[in-house]
Design a protein. Structure first.
Length: 285
């Protein structure tokens, strides 16, 4: 598996702030995977995405894109990437179609964006001024805009924020389709359900520093309680018991209890929400 990005000792400071916002982080992003950059508000996630998309320079450390220093890339880099900004930016006085036609004109390659508008449910509103769009419509248009140049790598900053569950699913399915083509996604989200459904690897950022990288499953195993909770009916009673997962198959009490009519049985899996809170601690700003 190739690394599409290799980031080494990245430090970044906004000129107006004393302390660096990104504090010496090193990590890699694998090609063809969905990489989740998570963490509390103000941790530096959007800043990191802006550095990787060359919107912010003036950092120290090294960023390699496909093995070559990111700073050496000119325009071709922008042909390869698609960026969905945290705050949708559109020309409000233009229609959705006019917006997309304008942005498509900036690139050599283009997708069939009228078709994509239809997939995200905006085709009927394609000739409506974007200033009149609802929040969710703007978010969906923002996604189409990120895809407009048929990129190899997509940077998405909270792509389903403000979407209803049906529209969020459409966007998530498009993200998974994109990955199925062997392409890479770097995603930031506060929605742990999205992380479960989308991310191959997850890293937590806290106050400009990073945790280790692991799959959602690995995070859960690491922080999961190694136990099983069982609810069973015993006469008129509902009994609840918890057993250690280790050597469960030889635990006589467990083996006896599960002969009763079972109501529920759950492994002590920790949710990603719990893990988020434990890993990032009380650094929220
Ligand atoms: N243009 C800027 N100038 C100065 N400071 C900035 C600028 N943009 C962001 N910051 C600061 O950098 C820190 C990290 O911001 P960033 O937007 O990267 O956080 P984030 O992790 O994306 O948070 P959120 O989850 O709220 O989007 C914050 O303290 C923020 O105030
Ligand atoms: Mg952000």
């Amino acid at each position: 598996m190739n690394n599409i990005f290799e980031i080494k000792n990245l430090v970044f400071k906004y000129p107006s702030i004393q302390e660096p916002t990104i504090k010496n982080i090193s990590f890699s992003i694998k090609e063809g995977k969905i990489f989740g950059l998570l963490g509390p508000s103000g941790a530096g996630k959007s800043t990191t995405q802006k550095i990787l998309t060359k919107l912010l320079t003036g950092y120290s450390g090294e960023i390699l894109y496909l093995g070559r220093n990111l700073l050496e890339y000119g325009k071709p880099f922008y042909e390869n990437i698609g960026v969905g900004f945290e705050m949708p930016v559109h020309f409000n006085k233009l229609t959705a179609l006019e917006n997309l036609t304008y942005f498509a004109g900036l690139y050599k390659k283009q997708i069939d964006y009228e078709k994509m508008l239809s997939v995200v449910g905006l085709f009927d509103a394609r000739n409506q001024m974007v200033g009149e769009y609802s929040k969710g419509m703007k978010v969906r248009l923002n996604f189409v805009r990120a895809m407009i140049n048929d990129p190899d790598i997509l940077f998405l900053d909270e792509p389903t924020n403000g979407l209803d569950p049906k529209n969020a699913k459409v966007i998530k399915d498009l993200i998974l389709d994109f990955k199925r083509q062997g392409k890479t996604v770097v995603i930031t989200t506060h929605l742990m359900g999205d992380v479960e459904q989308l991310c191959d690897e997850v890293v937590f950022m806290t106050n400009g520093t990073l945790s280790e990288i692991a799959t959602p499953r690995e995070w859960k195993i690491k922080y999961g309680k190694k136990e099983v909770a069982v609810e069973y009916a015993n006469a008129d009673d509902l009994r609840k018991k918890v057993y250690p997962l280790d050597n469960l198959g030889n635990n006589p009490e467990f083996l006896e209890d599960i002969k009763h009519p079972m109501e529920t049985i759950h492994s002590g899996e920790t949710s990603l929400e719990d893990i988020f809170i434990r890993v990032t601690g009380d650094h929220d700003e």
